[in-house]
Write a protein that binds this ligand. Structure first.
Ligand SMILES: Nc1nc2c(ncn2[C@@H]2O[C@H](COP(=O)(O)OP(=O)(O)OP(=O)(O)O)[C@@H](O)[C@H]2O)c(=O)[nH]1
Ligand SMILES: [Mg+2]
Ligand SMILES: [Zn+2]
Length: 390
């Protein structure tokens, strides 16, 4: 029988199977060491794994095994695999331009690729099947053709995700760390936006580093409290200037290993920092020094870049809107690591820390143990108030 159909079960969010939050986060918080914070930041705050949803779809028998998007690399010894996987090549997605993704192989060659239709049908919304940083298996272009086909996307580890118009938008996949870039002036630090990115990093299992740029434009001593606030929480916080070079060596050192996403609102100097870190990179930066002018959003698509000193970076465009994605109200509290020791002390086990009486988190804010700006950020996220990142 030609074209035999077969039922297959596919996991919809296998990439979310992180360890559930452990119960000893109070101890980790008490340590106040970056290492302790790190160990916490790699965990999920809710047992997503248990909730992993499946969906049954009909597929060609051959395709069903070949396109199991969440399994490991192709197992050529398996007799069930009828598709010619020998022709598949492993690669990493550098850029996504509409329907075409540019994939780089281990030996540095790049190929424009389309995504196989079945993979699209397996994605939740049919878009964003492939994101920058994804590890994929693809069929290189056939003779005479110039586009390959992505056959499989490997499970992701470490994602920066946002919600945009009710959809999930993966900004960068398989990143180890994220630089949350903010500018001390032009446009100025916005705690609520930093906290929003921090929460996204906690949710995505990515280690955040806070970068406070344009230090040349201000008296840094006036901003020491921001450095103190985040350092105390265990987040590495670095004051930089793409103009006078301060802090650049520290950034360079951090970038040497793994993959780092560079995020933050438009005009804070993400591309400028990368150009200073690696002269010759020649990323487009905003030539208009007046940051309020129309010349905003200079970087328009995310791009994975291999650095000469080792490591990769993803330069991302500043986003007008950055909403958290896939976070339940009860999960949000875990994204604020300094709330964690107080949560068990609230009177109601399901306390939302917004209006309840005898809320230990609110008490901690009152006594100054939790910074009021951080609590305001929590409220803003809890009530899903948009944060204009433009
Ligand atoms: N004085 C000063 N200006 C800076 C610094 N870093 C960046 N700038 C300026 O800020 C403007 C914006 O810089 P970009 O690097 O394009 O900012 P971006 O974050 O990449 O912005 P998008 O690509 O739109 O997201 C440019 O005019 C830069 O010259 C800095 O450390 N000090
Ligand atoms: Mg840029
Ligand atoms: Zn509470």
């Amino acid at each position: 029988m030609a074209n035999k159909k077969k039922k297959i079960r596919i996991a919809l969010n296998k990439n979310r199977q992180k360890r559930t939050r452990s119960n000893d986060f109070t101890r980790a918080f008490g340590d106040q060491t970056p290492a302790a914070a790190e160990s916490v930041s790699g965990e999920r705050v809710r047992p997503k794994g248990e909730m992993s949803r499946h969906r049954t779809i009909m597929a060609d028998a051959a395709e069903a095994t070949a396109s199991d998007a969440s399994s490991g690399p192709p197992d050529e010894s398996s007799s069930r695999r009828a598709v010619d996987q020998a022709a598949w090549t492993a690669g990493r997605v550098l850029r996504v331009h509409g329907l075409v993704s540019v994939v780089e192989t281990e030996d540095g060659r790049t190929f424009p690729c389309h995504v196989r239709r079945l993979l699209k049908s397996m994605a939740i919304d049919g878009r964003n099947v492939v994101a920058v940083g994804d590890r994929v298996w693809f069929r290189p272009p056939e003779k005479g053709g110039d586009e390959g086909f992505i056959e499989r996307v490997e499970a992701r580890q470490g994602v920066m995700t946002r919600g945009y118009r009710g959809r999930r938008h993966v900004l960068a996949a398989n990143v180890d760390a994220v630089f949350i870039v903010s500018a001390l002036a032009e446009p100025g630090v916005k705690i609520s936006l930093i906290d929003r990115y921090l929460a996204a990093a906690e949710l995505g299992g990515v280690r955040p580093v806070i970068v406070l740029n344009k230090a040349d434009l201000v008296d840094v001593s006036l901003y020491q409290w921001v450095v103190g606030l985040y350092t105390q929480l265990g987040y590495e916080t670095i004051v930089t200037s793409a103009a006078d070079g301060r802090g650049i060596d520290r950034l360079r050192g951090l970038l040497r290993q793994g993959v780092t996403a560079i995020s933050g609102q438009s005009g804070v100097g993400k591309s400028s920092l990368l150009n200073t870190i690696q002269p010759g990179l020649n990323l487009r930066v905003n030539e208009v020094s007046d940051w309020t002018s129309k010349g905003k959003h200079t970087t328009t698509t995310a791009e994975l870049i291999r650095l000469e000193g080792g490591g990769y970076v993803v330069d991302t465009p500043g986003l007008r809107q950055f909403e958290l994605w896939g976070v339940l109200p009860g999960e949000l509290e875990g994204c604020f690591i300094e709330f964690r020791p107080f949560i068990p002390l609230c009177r109601f086990p399901d306390c939302s820390h917004t209006h309840e009486h005898r809320c230990a988190v609110k008490d901690a804010v009152y006594w100054g143990w939790i910074h009021s700006g951080r609590y305001e950020s929590y409220l803003k996220l809890y009530h899903q108030k948009p944060d204009d990142g433009s």
